[in-house]
Design a protein around this ligand. Structure first.
Ligand code: DX5
Ligand code: ZN
Length: 219
């Protein structure tokens, strides 16, 4: 059976010096969301987009901004990323002592809430959080950089989280991020993914519209 899979290109792999046209390319491709990877140089060994940059991108795009916070103390940043234009805000369970509280805070601000798990973090980390999550982002590479290879054992974690969601009758989406490409997308969706984040696979593609069509059409 065909699922309605959502595609979220990650602008981490875009040309940073040309962001307005990159945002237009994403819109044109028929992709669903824009995935914005926020890195603080502490939680991960790289730095990317602060709120002022996102605010300027917001002026150039009416798409859904799916903001993935790879930062320490994400709770201190929620308000400023909301003000910058985030529609969906996801933070790492490993970075936060009171995830439940901050998932609620994100929803209270009127945004979609998300929790994310590093490859080493077991599925059980979301067991008592699921009801507060609009999405669970399952990392399939160690966060920090684009262009890494998909970590295969993560497929099993996707299945376990999917089962938890189904068993409780929730609508929480499963998003998979890292090393996703046209070769493995079928297996990832079969395991239970609803949203595919794609950085290098999307931006390396010349004809992005057919790429998105192909991925969506075959799953
Ligand atoms: C990794 C980021 C990903 C990354 C994915 O830290 O969270 O969103 O941009 O890039 P690819 O698809 O190239 O692995
Ligand atoms: Zn990401």
């Amino acid at each position: 059976m065909k699922k309605n899979i959502l595609i979220a290109p990650s602008i981490l792999s875009a040309d940073f010096s040309n962001m307005a046209s990159e945002l237009a390319v994403i819109k044109d491709s028929g992709a669903d969301w824009i995935h914005v990877d926020v890195m603080d140089g502490h939680f991960v060994p790289n730095m990317t987009f602060g709120p002022p940059l996102i605010k300027s991108y917001r002026k150039n795009s009416d798409m859904i901004f799916d903001v993935h916070l790879m930062t320490e103390a994400p709770e201190r940043l929620l308000e400023s990323y909301k003000d910058a234009g985030a529609d969906r805000l996801t933070f790492h369970v490993e970075a936060c002592r009171h995830s439940h509280r901050y998932l609620r805070a994100i929803r209270d601000m009127g945004l979609a809430s998300g929790i994310t798990l590093n490859p080493q973090t077991p599925a059980s980390a979301v067991e008592y959080l699921l009801e507060e999550c609009d999405q669970v982002l399952i990392m399939s590479v160690n966060p920090g950089f684009g262009g890494q290879s998909f970590i295969e054992p993560v497929l099993q974690k996707i299945q376990v989280v999917k089962k938890m969601i189904k068993d409780r009758g929730l609508k929480t989406l499963i998003q998979v991020d890292g090393g996703v490409n046209s070769e493995n997308s079928q297996r990832i969706c079969d395991a239970g993914a609803d949203v595919l984040v794609m950085g290098s696979a999307f931006f390396n593609e010349k004809d992005k519209k057919s790429f998105v069509n192909k991925i969506k059409g075959t799953l």
